[in-house]
Design a protein around this ligand. Structure first.
Ligand SMILES: [Zn+2]
Length: 324
């Protein structure tokens, strides 16, 4: 078998590569920059009567060093290798959801707007490519107040991106981040987070609606308290007919690290112990109920299922489907 495999590899390298590469180079025109781009990043699926569209906002590269607070770098690198991912840096992706039912358009989180890494900020072009217009958005539900989830609401120059949208935020999250005493007492490293929240919500503070945990906040959309990542961090159960989707938000960062190793803590988790307990509880529910899940930071289209695996879990992506 080994000889055969080697022979196949050798013949492939010798015969196919030079021919294929030369032919490609001679016959393919080279439009400027087009070869490095993908098709627009949106993906539609159904949850009962609700049409869900996942909208991609690019990625931010994060060095692995120091990313997991309670694991050695070598362990983290091994987890990356087991998932066939690079062992030096993690590409953290961002995927928001659009919910469509009865002609109403709801967003869950908004992406980075123009405030994120240079490799992010693709949200608006992907949203438009999916056939949507920001002026049509009726409601925006925010899971928590980290910049990659809220900055899409307002451009750096102050422009409000969704002129008619009603904005719903977790009450606990609002109380924490809008507390001036807490902001003034926060360590310098955290002050930027408080200021970012004020930049986005300050001009519309009186219009923002605050929702409680474990309530049906819109028809079919129930908030689930999922604290730890931030104090008011919220997940959701979306239900329609027999369809159910657990919208996890940031219960985990990249599944290859934190679904596989639910006790690991990403540096973004504000209360590591609480986040760990929340993560185990939510992953366990998803695995037991065989519920479809969506994660903000899972590889696009950021939806799949959770299987138990040893002392942790495994994220199993959905099969890409050309029909909604
Ligand atoms: Zn996030």
């Amino acid at each position: 078998m080994e000889m055969t495999r080697r022979a196949v590899l050798a013949s492939t390298a010798l015969a196919a590569a030079p021919l294929g590469v030369t032919a490609l180079a001679q016959t393919t025109p080279a439009p400027q920059n087009a070869q490095s781009r993908q098709a627009p990043g949106f993906y539609r699926y159904k949850v009962g009567d609700i049409e869900v569209t996942a909208i991609q906002d690019g990625f931010a590269r994060r060095p692995l060093e120091g990313f997991v607070r309670n694991a050695e770098l070598a362990q983290v690198q091994q987890a990356m290798q087991e998932a066939f991912l690079p062992a030096d840096a993690l590409a953290i992706t961002f995927t928001t959801l659009v919910l469509q039912r009865n002609g109403r358009l709801t967003l869950i989180d908004t992406g980075n707007g123009d405030s994120g890494a240079p490799t992010s900020g693709l949200w608006m072009s992907n949203f438009r490519a999916a056939g949507f217009d920001p002026a049509q958005v009726d409601t925006i539900v925010i899971s928590h107040f980290h910049g990659d989830h809220i900055n899409g609401l307002r451009l750096k120059d102050g422009t409000a991106v969704f002129p008619k949208a009603e904005i719903l935020v977790p009450a606990t999250e609002w109380d924490f981040w809008m507390d001036d005493v807490r902001m003034n007492q926060a360590p310098d490293a955290m002050k930027g987070g408080f200021q970012g929240v004020r930049r986005v919500f300050g001009p519309i503070a009186k219009d923002v609606k605050r929702y409680e945990a474990d309530k049906e906040i819109l028809p079919g959309l129930t908030s689930i308290a999922a604290p730890g990542h931030t104090p008011g961090h919220t997940s959701y159960m979306l239900s329609s007919g027999a369809g159910r989707l657990m919208i996890m938000s940031d219960v985990t960062n990249h599944p290859a690290l934190f679904v596989r190793n639910p006790d690991w803590s990403a540096i973004f988790d504000m209360d590591a112990d609480q986040a760990r307990a929340t993560r185990r509880r939510m992953l366990d529910i998803a695995a037991t109920e065989r519920a479809q899940v969506a994660f903000y930071h899972a590889p696009f289209p950021a939806t799949g299922h959770i299987a138990k695996d040893g002392n942790g879990f495994r994220f199993v992506p959905v099969q890409w489907n050309s029909a909604v």
